[in-house]
Design a protein around this ligand. Sequence first.
Ligand SMILES: [Zn+2]
Length: 574
Amino acid sequence: MAEVDIVIRGGTLVDGTGTEPRQADVVIDNGVIVEVGTVTAKGREEIDAKGLLVTPGWVDIHTHYDGQATWDERMTPSSIHGTTTVVMGNCGVGFAPVRKSDHDTLIRLMEGVEDIPGAALHEGLSWNWESFGDYMDQLEARPRDIDVAAQIPHGALRVYVMGERGAKREPATEAEIAQMRDLVREGIEAGALGFSTTRTMVHRTADGDLTPTVGAADAEMIAIAHGLKDAGAGVLQWVSDFKEIDHEFGLITQLVEISGRPLSFSMVQADVVPDQWRELTRRLDEAAGKGLPIRAQVQGRPVGLMLGLQGSVHPFVTRPSYAAIAHLPLAERVEIMRDPAFRAKMLAEAPQAGHPFVNSLAGAYNKMFDLGNPPNYEPAPEDSIGARAKASGENPDEIVYDILTANGGNGFLFFPLHNYTDFNLDNTLTMMRNPNTLFGLSDGGAHVGAICDVSVPTYMLSHWCRDRTRGEKLELPFVVKSQTRDTAEAMGLLDRGLIAPGYKADVNVIDFERLQLRPPHMVYDLPSGARRLMQEADGYVVTIASGEVIYRDGQHTGALPGKLVRGHKAAPAA
Ligand SMILES: [Zn+2]
C-alpha cells in the first residue's frame, strides 16, 4: 500500500465546484491533491474528518498586506480564517515601484487610504527595492504561512513616473503616459496579477489630500490598458464613486475592450446613494450580455466600523474630559472612566468642534449597535443604541459609555457604514447571487484601527449557511465555490480553489457546527508596537496550504509553505 503525505478520511466534501456535498477521502502528496474518493492509500498523517466539512482553502482577492508581507511570516488575520491565498496591491496603493525620495509619500498614502499606522510602516518596510520586479524578488525571498500575490498599484506607479507632480494629481505628459504603459507591462511580466487604481474622493492620504490617481486622464488609463494588452495578462481592479456613471462605466468598458483583460470594481450600498448598486448591477448584466468580463466585488456583511476605546475612533473622542485622558494606557483610562463622577462630568460635556465625522457619530445612535459576543453583524433596528435608549428611557450616551468601558475597555460598538441602509443584509444577498459579482472587499491587513472584515470568509459559512434568521440563507456549495473557485478563476489562478486530483493542496477541515467568530480585539504587534484589530474563530480543525498543515485547532503549526504567486497559473493537466 502506497504511503502518502496526508489522507483526510471520511469528511463531507464541498469541493468548490458548487455541486452537492458528498462523502469522500482526500489524498495529498507533494503539495498536490492526488486522489479523491474512497481510497486505500495510507497517510503519514491521517486526519479523521468524520462529521467535518472538507473545503478548498479560501482565495481572498482583496487585501492590503503589501507591507506586512515584507516583514511578517504570517498573513494574519487572513490565515487564521482558512484563507490560503491572498491577493494584495488593491485600491491603487502599495510600495512599488518607488524611488528613495518617495518612501514617505507612499507611506502617507497607505496610512491615509488604508488606516495602517505610519509608524509601523516606517519601521517595518526595509525598502530594499525600487522596481516592481525588485519588490517581487523581496517577497519571494521570505517564507510565509500562505500564498500571496501582488498587483501593480497605480498610486505608486504615478509617483514613480511623475514624482511630486504625480502625487499632486497633475496631468501626465505623453512621455510619462508611455512610461506608465511600459512599467505596467514590465510589472505583469515580473509576475504581478494585475493593476489597481482608485478614483474615489473617499480615499485620502494621511494629510487629507486626494490620492494621486483621482482624476487621472482617460488617456493615462487607456495607455495602462495597452500595457496589460502588451503583456497579454493581468486583471484590472477599480474603485470609484461612479458619480459620473456614464463616463466611468464607459471608460471601464473601453479599458476591458482595449486590454482584453477582466476588470472588477468595488460595490457597496452607500446610504447617500442607496440605489446606485442597482444601476451598477444593471450595467454589469448588460456588459456580461456583450461578453465583457466586468464584475463587481461585493461583501456579505456591512462594511462596518468597530468603535472602541482602543480603536481609531469612538463617539467620545471629542469630549474634553476624554481628550484629557486619551493618551493613558487602556487600563488606566477604564479605571478613570468607571468613576461615577468622571462619567457624569464627561456625559454632560458638549463635544468639541473640529472632528465632523466623530461628532456625526453621536447623532447616529439609531445605526449603532453593541457588537456583542458572539458578534452580531446583522442586528435588528430595535437593537440599536437609539432604539434601546428610547425603550428604556436612558440617555443613549450612557448606554454607549457602558458598552465602551465594559470588559476591561474591550467592548466594541458596531457602526455599519455601508450595506446596511435597510437594516438588514437582503440587498447584499441580491448582490452576492448575481453571477456578475465576486466575493471581495475583506481589506485584510488594512483599516486596522477600525474595520475587521477580513473574517468575512468565516462569516459567510457560519451566518449565511447556518445562523441567519432575518431572511433567506445561502447554500453551502454556492458560498464555498464563491470564495474558492470563483475568486481563484477571476485572478487567473486556475491551479487552486477546487478539491480534485492535480490541484494545489490548499484545504480546510471545518467543524461546521462549531464554526464561530470570536469578537475582534486589539493587539499591539505591528512593527513599532502599533495596534491592529485581530479576530479569531473557532471551528477550523485543520488548514492545509501547499500540502502542509499550517493551522490545527486555531494554532499555527510553524509550517511556512506559502509562496509568492508569480503570474496566472494554468489548470492541472487532466
Ligand atoms: Zn481596498
